[in-house]
Each structure stands twice: as C-alpha cells, then as structure tokens.
Design a protein around this ligand. Structure first.
Ligand SMILES: [Zn+2]
Length: 178
C-alpha cells in the first residue's frame, strides 16, 4: 500500500501534500469553505463512501485543519469547522479553482468581494478595492446550473458567503429556493 508521507522530500510542498494530498481531502476542505459542517451534508454533496469520509475528516482534525465540535442540533453528532490554519488554505484552493476553470471546466460558482460585489481576480484580490478579501468576505454566486440536486448544491444556488454555515441537514435549516 502506498503511504501518504514523503519522508525523503525536504520540501514544504511535501509537508502540505501530507495534509491535503489524499483523494477527496481537498474537496472536503472546499466544502468546509462553502459552509458544510455536518457529516451527512459532506456525504450528500460528495457522494463519498462513509468510511472514507470518516477517515478523511478524522485526519483533517488530527492535522489541525478542521475542528470537531458537538452539534447543538443533533445530540451525539458533530460539526466540523475550518481552524485558522485551515482557513489559510483559501488562497491555494482559489488558485486551483482558477487553474481548473481555465484549463479543464468552468467552475459552477464565481467568487466576489462581498463588500462591493466585484469579481475576484485570478489572484483572489478585489480589483476595485485593491484588497485580498479573507474567505468570510467572499461571496459565491452560481454562474451556471449544475445537475446536482443534493441539499448543499441547492443551497449554493443562492449567493452565499464562504464559511457561513449551510444547515442543509438540520431541522433549523432553511428550505432551499430553486
Ligand atoms: Zn471590493
């Protein structure tokens, strides 16, 4: 079996990939930026086997990227939120979204500076305000329809601030508008 470390590599990229380089891991981090917090919501949006999701979430908690908290809405369950260290992955994630959109497939969501509504440039900066907004100041907006019908995908059809919780699974969740 292939290990997930690169002991022989004296390189910061190797250290980063030991945290986010496994299959699914960066998509889980992406969903955490979108505001997904609950196991069932990650699962519904990612179509990921339960065991793999549980292992990846546990690994991200162990690595300090996510923190696990009791879910006030569901006794015995947890919610997962990005730590400050995890939120530091936003520029890298945004850069990969830009690359994928340019060379592979246009992203379904665009990213705007919440304060002024300007689209972020390829470096994640607001060209109007000349700042690089923190993720909580970034607004996502759909630019095309997706076929996905899961509760997270439906919630993301409306403008949505990064890191703002999506309560697709909770009874206190809003009904997504189509
Ligand atoms: Zn702006």
């Amino acid at each position: 079996m292939l290990g997930n470390t690169y002991e022989g590599q004296d390189c910061a990229l190797a250290r980063a990939l030991e945290v986010i380089g496994e299959r699914w891991t960066l998509l889980i981090v992406r969903d955490a930026f979108y505001g997904v917090e609950r196991f069932n919501d990650f699962r519904a949006h990612l179509d990921i086997p339960r065991a793999v999701l549980a292992e990846r979430l546990g690994g991200l908690v162990d690595d300090g990227v996510l923190e696990r908290q009791p879910d006030p809405g569901h006794a015995g369950r947890h919610r997962y939120r990005l730590t400050p260290e995890g939120q530091d992955l936003w520029p890298a994630l945004h850069a990969l979204l830009v690359w994928g959109g340019r060379h592979r497939q246009l992203n379904a969501l665009s990213f705007k500076h919440a304060e002024c509504g300007s689209a972020l440039d390829d470096n994640g900066a607001c060209p109007a305000c000349k700042v690089v907004p923190a993720p909580q100041d970034v607004l996502t907006e759909p630019v095309r329809r997706t076929e996905r019908q899961d509760p997270v995908a439906l919630a993301l059809r409306r403008p949505h601030r990064l890191l703002e919780a999506i309560s697709a699974d909770g009874e206190d969740g809003e009904t997504p508008r189509l």
